[in-house]
Design a protein around this ligand. Structure first.
Ligand code: THU
Length: 160
């Protein structure tokens, strides 16, 4: 039996340590929590995607009375970006969450389905996408989606 360790690198920042582009994206993601439709969980998530053409695409979670029909903020943003600009790679995705009257203390973590979708986008455009996860106490920066989803199922698995 072999034991393998798979480690990922996460960079931890305070808000003021971030560059102005990242700070702005986080501000936009925080603002976008206000556009969330989350009457069932009351957990409002905002996303902001910076594209290579400089455009910033917004997203927020959109819930549904039939719970699984709702969609996370990351996927509303990334699908919209891909649909609007199919030829433009996303560079940075920032996420923030507002719950119980405050932005969450610890960095919000994208769910497994969002990681899978983000990985597809990163693979499709052959460009690493930085992920910024906002928390009041700390901000995580992960340099690519690959790191967020080790041992992922991907297009290679479908090759003959
Ligand atoms: N949610 C997101 O939008 N993004 C995440 O990364 C985690 C969870 C949403 C889904 C649902 O509307 C609510 O937050 C509670 O799970």
């Amino acid at each position: 039996m072999n034991s393998k360790k798979i480690e990922i690198e996460v960079l931890e920042y305070t808000f003021t340590e971030l560059n102005s582009v990242s700070q702005h994206l986080i501000e936009v993601a925080k603002e976008n929590t206000k556009k969330s439709y989350a009457p069932y969980s009351n957990y409002s998530v905002g996303a902001a995607v910076l594209l290579e053409n400089g455009e910033i695409i917004s997203g927020s979670n959109q819930e549904n009375a039939a719970y699984p029909s709702g969609l996370c903020a990351e996927r509303t943003a990334i699908f919209y970006a891909n649909a609007m600009y199919p030829d433009v790679a996303p560079k940075i995705l920032a996420i923030a969450a507002f719950y119980n009257g405050n932005f969450v203390d610890e960095p919000i973590s994208p769910c497994g389905s969002c990681r899978q979708v983000l990985l597809e986008t990163e693979t499709r455009y052959k460009k690493d996408m930085q992920i910024l996860l906002y928390g009041e106490n700390r901000i995580y920066l992960i340099s690519s989606v690959k790191k967020l989803l080790p041992l992922a199922f991907n297009e290679q698995n479908l090759k003959k």
